[in-house]
Design a binder for this molecule. Structure first.
Ligand code: ADP
Length: 469
């Protein structure tokens, strides 16, 4: 049988019905009998006390005839079905409410020598006197500090049993009414559980086949509505990822194709002699430049891929960020000289120790300073500064170059994004530098931000954890 929700609910229902029924009719019945026996015993004790209190002085009065005594207990016998014996201290039954005119001439000590010493006896079977088991209680009667005799009360065990059966019948009838109602509740649970599931399944199939715009129309418990919302959110994310992937492939193809086309074109031209030998050097340099660009593109893609796979492990060490900035700045000396750019390093203290992955932070600095130089005008200035604030160190790279248009500020962190101005100006850029910087800073659980005004300049600021040592 298929393990469907319906099959499981029905199985649960049947198991619960059988379990409840069996439990109530066994353990429940035993508890009920125990309770009824206790109630009956209490009633017998109460009656015995009443008799003792009312008749204590006269019970064993020799002038009182036994039959007269017995007749006084007839109503207890008739209405409560309690048999009353008055037993003298020798164990002789002197009055019996069941045999008013003819009390049994029996000595209880002969039938059961220990009987009168007990206070209660279950299933009493004096075969000559009863024809069914009895619940009996024995109460001593003392008067003027002397034992006068005993009041013994009996009630049939069968009566307790019968009462228990009557109660149990009522309970079972209630169950017969409740069980079908319970079944209706199970059907309702199935309905509110299975119907939204079918909708969700349909949605999953639609999303699976690429229809990410499919709307899930679901009514039901909030958990299902939440799941539906999560599912459609997932579909939107997948759809965006799908778009992103398409764009990504298109971008990569484009970025690889243009340098490859020029490499192929110039190499062919050199080989077939279109480019004379004295000009070859110039074109070989272009080929080298394009090869470097391809190389940079490939390593950037690999770097980003490592972050995507969450496999970029950080090697956190304590180091002086000011020293790393100086080292990175030195590598740009040549480029700065060519553009007559002054690189100003401003540190709030001579040494600023941070806890981070030194190599990766150097790469962030490299990308930011590289951009700052690329997008600065000749004869301008670039400021790189560090400042300690609380637990953080703020690193800033500020230029007075072309700036970023307002509508592009959010997009510069996207992979392959380049502003229109930079597309024309910076042929070498891949549009991946800032994405990599952002991934690195985020992997450190830190922040990177930009403040920029078109035509005025840009400032990139990122935070690092100050070393606690
Ligand atoms: P690229 O390799 O093209 O520089 P980035 O991801 O580093 O790629 O930068 C993305 C785009 O952001 C750049 O193409 C440029 O348009 C803009 N940008 C980045 N830094 C600056 C800056 N300092 N000044 C002006 N524009 C910048």
């Amino acid at each position: 049988m298929k393990k469907t929700l319906w099959a499981r609910l029905i199985t649960c229902y049947l198991i619960s019905v059988v379990l409840v029924f069996v439990f109530v009719n066994t353990y429940g019945m035993a508890l009920l009998q125990k309770k009824l026996k206790k109630d009956q015993t209490n009633l017998l004790y109460k009656e015995a006390s009443l008799i003792s209190a009312s008749y204590r002085g006269t019970l064993f009065d020799h002038e009182q005839s036994p039959d007269n005594l017995a007749s006084q207990f007839r109503s207890i016998n008739t209405y409560l079905n309690i048999r009353v014996w008055i037993v003298n201290r020798d164990g002789q039954i002197v009055a019996d409410s069941s045999n008013i005119d003819n009390s049994p001439n029996v000595n209880l000590n002969d039938l059961d020598p220990g009987f009168l010493n007990k206070t209660i006896s279950e299933n009493t079977m004096f075969e000559s006197l009863f024809n069914e088991p009895m619940l009996s209680i024995i109460r001593r009667v003392d008067y003027n500090f002397r034992l006068r005799g005993y009041i013994v009360l009996h009630s049939p065990m069968s009566e307790i049993q019968n009462k228990a059966y009557i109660y149990m019948d009522v309970i079972n009838i209630c169950f017969l009414i409740i069980f079908p109602l319970l079944f209706l509740i199970f059907i309702y649970i199935y309905y509110i559980t299975a119907k939204p599931l079918k909708h969700l399944m349909k949605a999953a199939v639609e999303y699976g086949s690429g229809n990410y715009n499919y709307k899930i129309n679901i009514k039901g418990p909030s958990e299902y509505r939440d799941l539906a919302a999560a599912l459609s959110f997932m579909a939107q994310e997948i759809s965006q990822l799908d778009d992103y992937q398409k764009k990504f492939v298109a971008n990569i193809s484009h970025d690889f194709r243009s340098p490859l086309t020029s490499i192929k074109g110039y190499a062919e031209a050199i080989m077939d002699g279109t480019i004379p030998p004295d000009m070859q050097n110039k074109y070989l340099n272009i080929i080298l430049f394009e090869t470097e660009r391809l190389n940079k593109l490939t390593s950037s893609l690999l770097e980003l891929n490592r972050f995507d796979n969450r496999s970029a492990m950080l090697d956190i060490v304590t180091f002086d960020i000011n020293y790393i900035i100086k080292k990175t700045a030195e590598s740009f000396e040549g480029t700065c000289k060519a553009k007559k750019i002054t690189l100003n390093l401003i540190f709030s203290s001579p040494e600023t120790y941070v806890e981070a992955d030194m190599g990766k932070i150097q790469q962030v600095l490299y990308n930011l300073i590289d951009n700052a130089i690329k997008f600065s005008h000749n004869n301008s200035e670039i400021k790189v500064s560090t400042e300690e604030k609380g637990e953080k160190v703020f690193v800033s790279v500020k230029d007075y170059g072309i700036g970023i248009p307002k509508d592009a500020i959010k997009k510069i962190w996207d992979r392959f994004y380049k502003t229109d101005a930079s597309r024309g100006k910076d042929k070498k850029g891949t549009g991946l530098g800032l994405s990599i910087a952002k991934e690195i800073i985020q992997a450190h659980n830190e922040n990177i931000n930009v403040i920029s005004t078109e035509g005025v300049g840009s400032e990139f600021i990122f935070t690092l954890k100050k070393s606690s040592e």
